[in-house]
Design a protein around this ligand. Structure first.
Ligand code: PRX
Length: 676
């Protein structure tokens, strides 16, 4: 049973609704201001004339800006007394203290109050043409039933619930149900293996997991419940697993498992929202860093929601009534901010895309655009690169006249892909917005038109900082680069409400990673170029993180798995340019002395290990066996050299004088040439 429930009015009519909403819905009144027409949120800011001045003020007097916006855009049960209390040198970030609110009320109840029949979710199921719509009233009912169910099963405020589900309405309701009762959620991408899932459950110390019997994607069934069964064997904290039914196929249920939809039907449709402090945890989301252990970034309630909502509205020129189609999976930050929280906070109709860009054929996205009348389409360059190879006919078959804005995220969009997206998909009339941001930033930080819907757009550039964002470029000495037409390490000089607050259970790692490299600044890990005009273009990661089909993965994570093979002495993994995926995975492997194996067999084994321990997308495209790796005299692997070799950029090998034995490089080059 897969709940598309039929209730809306029951909820609104309840005395609870009248009582609770009244206490939540005291949005401050708007004052007169000439930027009000553009940004009603900023209407309280007297004396700001025009958008440029507003952008300026958002940085020079960020407290006033964010205070006005937060008062207007969010519904508070208690107003905040302190706008911000941040000290970047210590990784201390607090916004809107004293304020109390509930994120699910902000995403659901207030819209149900005004228009319960408005469609909140359109679930574009894997099976083409079988989409299902859920109104705000229905989504609230699902969320409340689930919130009550979780409460009945002892999930408390402050607990962390792991969600391992495909992109679907019950996954969204699960996230919102956690928010409703004050529990944090930890969504784990449903493509992750049992080991990767277990590691995240353990680190988050979850006692509750929510999953589905099976996933369906690209016509293939995946055994998600079985993966959870395997994962929880090594997770002693897990006491219960809620299982929803995505397909009709029964799965083995153990004493720990609870049939989710069946139990939800027994619950009340009214669920008292927990009154949360602005800085209480909303969710953890694990992402890769330059060490082997993924980090659970922590986002909190008010600041995150505000930032997701504001960026959703202004970066994409979203208007009330638009259908917003972000095709990201909810397992990534893009799904959190632009499938769930940003659109729902704005009362939008948001699309949940369960399929792949080429299932059942390469027209899938554009058929969906026509059928669902999508106004803003937000996707990843890797999919665009793939689709352009299939040809224009798959796009032209469908009516895309509803499209107004096209967005790109997750990796650099090359000029060819940008042009095709703009010219073919958008018929040359829709702006393409290349949006730069990260799991850490909570929402989009740099995008072409954040404050001016008519501004010029340069292909392949993220361009302009969002309101309140103050990017700087640093040179290798840690000095701020003030001129234009220059490149450096991308940092942020000011905090903003959407940024992550810490790494779960490891604040020191948070400080060391983001605030210690350039004291007083947030370091993004990316390099960027600032053009003559002052526009930003992201040049790529400066650390050992690579980006495979928009999926971020630390090379150290892959090395950790490869090194677990008993035949392997050591390994080094680097990214290389891949025409579709953006980057592919290239592993150099040194075997232990005396090991005699078929390289092809061992390659298969290593690929299998990486798929099993992390996920399929992390599996190496190339494995090169080498006698030794190029190292410095102090024994550090020279990854810079390996990166140049895999790009066949031998001219760029640079200074090799610090190498322990330069002959190692020649061997590596020869091995690489043999492999190609
Ligand atoms: O290197 C940048 C790249 O993706 C990284 C963040 O990955 P993740 O936390 O998984 O979030 C992805 C979705 C927001 C960044 O450090 N990246 C993201 N957007 C862009 C990008 N690189 C170039 N251009 C972009 N628009």
């Amino acid at each position: 049973m897969w709940l598309p429930c039929g209730c809306t009015s029951k909820y609104v009519a309840s005395s609870f609704a009248r009582r609770t909403l009244a206490s939540y819905l005291h949005v401050s009144g708007r004052s007169r201001c000439n930027v009000a027409a553009f940004m009603p949120e900023a209407a309280g800011l007297e004396g700001v004339s025009g958008r440029a001045a507003l952008r300026e003020l958002s940085v020079s007097n960020s407290e006033s800006f964010w205070a006005a916006v937060a008062r207007h855009r969010l519904c508070w049960s208690t107003p905040f007394h302190t706008v911000q209390d941040c000290d970047l040198s210590r990784g201390k970030i607090k916004w809107f203290e004293g304020g109390k609110l509930n994120v699910s009320v902000n995403c659901l109840d207030r819209h149900v109050h005004t228009c319960p029949e408005r469609v909140a979710l359109i679930w574009e199921r894997d099976e083409r043409g079988s989409e299902m719509k859920y109104t705000y009233g229905e989504l609230l009912e699902m969320t409340c039933r689930l919130g009550n169910l979780l409460r009945r099963h002892s999930v408390k405020r402050g607990d962390c619930v792991t969600i391992y589900m495909p992109t679907c309405p019950l996954a969204v309701a699960s996230m919102l149900a956690c928010a409703r009762i004050g529990a944090a959620h930890n969504v784990v991408f449903a493509g992750f293996s049992a080991d990767a899932l277990a590691e995240r459950i353990r680190d988050a110390q979850s006692s509750t997991v929510i999953t589905v019997n099976q996933g369906v994607r690209g016509g293939k069934v995946t055994e998600l419940k079985k993966t959870v069964d395997t994962a929880v064997q090594s997770c002693p904290t897990v006491k219960q697993v809620f299982v929803a039914m995505r397909t009709d196929n029964p799965v083995t249920m153990t004493a720990r498992d609870i049939a989710m939809e069946e139990e939800m039907l027994k619950e009340d449709v009214v669920c008292e929202p927990a009154v949360m402090n602005s800085e209480d945890v909303l969710f953890l989301l694990y992402t890769s860093g330059s060490t082997g252990k993924p980090k659970g970034l922590v986002h909190t309630q008010a600041g995150y929601l505000l930032y997701a909502a504001l960026t959703h509205r202004y970066v994409f020129s979203y208007h009330d009534g638009d259908v917003f189609g972000c095709v990201a999976d909810i397992g990534w930050i893009t799904g959190h901010s632009y499938v769930v929280y940003g659109p729902l906070a704005n009362g939008a109709t948001t699309v949940l895309f369960e399929s792949t860009p080429i299932y059942p054929d390469p027209g899938r996205y554009w058929d969906m655009v026509e059928r669902l009348k999508i106004n803003q389409f937000y996707g990843a360059p890797t999919a665009i690169r793939l689709l352009l190879k299939y040809g224009d006919q798959w796009v032209n078959k469908y009516d895309r006249s509803t499209l107004k804005t096209l967005g790109s995220v997750g990796e650099p969009i090359n000029t060819e892909a940008w042009e095709w997206y703009h010219r073919v998909v958008g018929d040359g009339r829709c702006p393409v917005v290349d949006t730069w941001w990260q799991t850490e930033t909570g929402g989009i930080c740099i995008a072409p038109r954040p404050s001016d819907p008519d501004a010029e757009i340069v292909p392949g550039m993220a361009m302009r900082p969002f309101f309140g964002i103050n990017p700087v470029l640093m040179d290798t000495e840690g000095e701020v680069l003030t001129s234009n037409n220059t490149s450096g390490a991308l940092c942020m000089a000011q905090p903003w409400p959407g940024m992550a607050r810490t790494i779960h259970n490891n604040h020191q790692r948070f400080i060391d990673t983001y605030f210690q490299p350039y004291p007083g600044y947030f370091f993004t890990g990316d390099g960027a170029y600032r053009s003559e005009e002052g526009y930003y273009q992201i040049t790529g990661r400066l650390d050992d993180v690579i980006n495979v089909s928009g999926h971020r993965i630390g090379t150290a994570e892959i090395e950790d798995v490869v090194n677990q093979c008993p035949a392997v002495a050591e390994s080094a993994v680097v990214g290389y340019t891949h025409s579709i995926k953006g980057q592919g995975v290239y592993a150099f492997v040194v075997l232990k002395k005396g090991i005699d194996v078929q390289e092809a067999d061992l390659s298969r084994q290593l690929n299998g290990m990486v798929s099993e321990k992390i996920a399929k997308y992390a599996s190496p495209d190339f494995i090169q066996f080498a006698k030794r790796l190029p190292k410095t005299r102090s024994g550090k692997i020279m990854r810079r050299v390996l990166r140049k070799v895999v790009e066949s950029d031998l001219e760029g090998l640079g200074d090799l004088s610090t190498l322990d034995d330069p002959a190692a490089v020649q061997e590596i080059i020869q091995g690489h040439e043999k492999l190609l």
